[in-house]
Design a protein around this ligand. Sequence first.
Ligand code: ATP
Ligand code: MG
Length: 375
Amino acid sequence: MYLKHLYLKQFRNYVEQAVSFLAPKVILVGDNAQGKSNLLEAVELLSTLRSHRAKSDRDLVWQSPDRSASMGQVSALVERQTGELNLKVVLRSSGKRTLLLNHEAQRRRRDFLGALNVVQFSSLDLDLVRGSPENRRLWLDTLLTQLEPVYDPMLRQYQQILRQRNALLRQFQEVGGREKPQQLALWDAQLVSVGVRLIRRRSRVLELLAPIAQAWHDSISGSREKLAIAYNPSVVWDGDSRSPVEAIEGAFFQKLTDRAIAESAQGTTLVGPHRDEVDFHINGTPARQYGSQGQQRTLVLALKLAELKLISEVVGESPLLLLDDVLAELDLTRQNQLLEAIADRFQTLITTTHLSAFEQNWLHSSQILRVQDGH
Ligand code: ATP
Ligand code: MG
């Protein structure tokens, strides 16, 4: 797929800006705080309806010391094999959004998601290895939503059930109850039913991604280091993602029973996909605690390259690659491996503060956009 045009209005520090992408490789160059990452964030938003940097839509809508807008928008024209798609997200500081696909309002997020696929790689992505398990769950969920937009409503439904179950457990904790409240059984059934759908998909996507990431990791590290990726679910069952639903449900109910007293005491749900973890091991040791900075970078690079391949295979079209400030963080060998892997196969938007980070042949074959103060 190919992003042809992007239009930003009252988005971050852009008051109004239209951009046309004329080459598969686009370098956004500019000093710090000019709007390079903001532009990538707009593309990310159109793809995932999320921003990894903003807490709320209020952060995304243009503000200045003397005036703040209450609305903003980002829109894009994307060329797909099946034809052109016009995407538009209208943002409001109130948080209410309007999603339009080919000028028609979409009520369901899932009908908008999947129109544009991106793989995002920023310096923050080292948190994928170093950070808390939440970072890894978010990464997995974002990837799954790209592969299968119907994952999005499932995840939201799960989060809703979790909130309600937690509220009930908390009420119960406040009155000092010792045994499991009766109404909890209703929420347990829902938690398990929706939770199992998430678990199976997470398990499956890691089964697909792991060999691709391992192959990339071998190639980057020169096969000296072996990467192992394992799904470490909160609910453990015998088997893999193809196990019957009943087997995973049974293990889920059992673990809820085992943890019932702890859940009542703590007033929160202790079992389920919201407690899942993904383990990365390099030569048998956990990359999170023991990996050097360089090893962690190689790992993230291998994961990102694997995402590109997996999305291409599943969706049947190559996703866009957004590289925010990463080149400077990679050594020359890794830089070259990344740039070679991209070649012209993936439309790539790269931010940089210095063009000297690129080799001449890259500069010659790229579109160079200068970003200055939201223009
Ligand atoms: P760096 O090279 O440091 O990463 P950058 O070009 O990527 O810089 P961005 O993060 O894209 O910089 O833009 C940062 C600028 O955007 C800051 O000046 C910030 O104040 C401004 N900004 C962020 N959110 C808003 C907003 N809602 N309204 C107006 N300006 C904003
Ligand atoms: Mg930036």
